[in-house]
Design a protein around this ligand. Sequence first.
Ligand code: A2P
Length: 275
Amino acid sequence: MQPDTQKKLHNGVAIPTVGLGVFQIENGPVAEKAIRSAIDAGYRHIDTARAYHNEESVGKAVRNAGIPRDEIFVTTKLWNADIRAGRARAACEESLSRLGLDYIDLYLIHWPADGFEVAWSEMETLYREGKLRAIGVSNFQDHHINTLMQNATITPMVNQIECHPLLTQKPLREYCESKGIACEAWSPLGGTGGNLLDHSALAAIAQRYGKSVAQIILRWDIQGGLITLPKSVHPDRIASNINIYDFELSAEDMAAIDSLNQDRRVGPDPDHFNF
Ligand code: A2P
């Protein structure tokens, strides 16, 4: 394996730097086929959530992949209603049961919903019990992490955030790095229905490297230290999205992509969400 196919979380657990994101992929044959294609193409990392309603398919595809369980990294997430209801342990056990797995590689607080401090304490216990190999947060701003850390005994291993060339999140990423928290990018390609893949500056870079715009963005992610979670249901795109380890972007091109930032979100703002 080449060096940047994996990263080490602060507890020593290795995480593949590209994972298949399965938001909005329908539970059942569609999800199972997409995950199967991903595993066949070399993915060893699948990112789901309670709220995506496809944990059953993720578990089934992982269990039937013909790959040892400990070679596939599975993430799922604690949903807001369960955080607010103070039922992190029950929700985690329900996710394990839907997945049909004995442990989860990474369990994340999906959004900073009220009660996340209590949820974190329960997740620390589940982690110590060995049901979770790593724990983290998602959609947390620096002030949410500061609040969480006031009573935490374990620093989150991960913060999964919206991140792409129009929302580079440099300050938050630097803050996380200073705490040893790895950042993961959701909607790395600008999300479903976005037009980031048509961006002319990215297209020009892609042409020079003989790569697709998606490959350029995903390479920029991992070269910038991110773990990236592109979503697709198409086997050809799934395969090409992980085919990014055989080239390197120059420092100038990394900086050119950084400079496209407009602080423009495609998803909800973590400081103002209503679900
Ligand atoms: P599809 O599932 O039809 O392939 P993000 O990962 O930022 O959420 O973006 C995912 C969107 O980009 C999805 O709509 C997905 O559609 C599309 N997509 C994923 N990979 C590629 C690719 N290599 N080329 C073009 N579109 C892609």
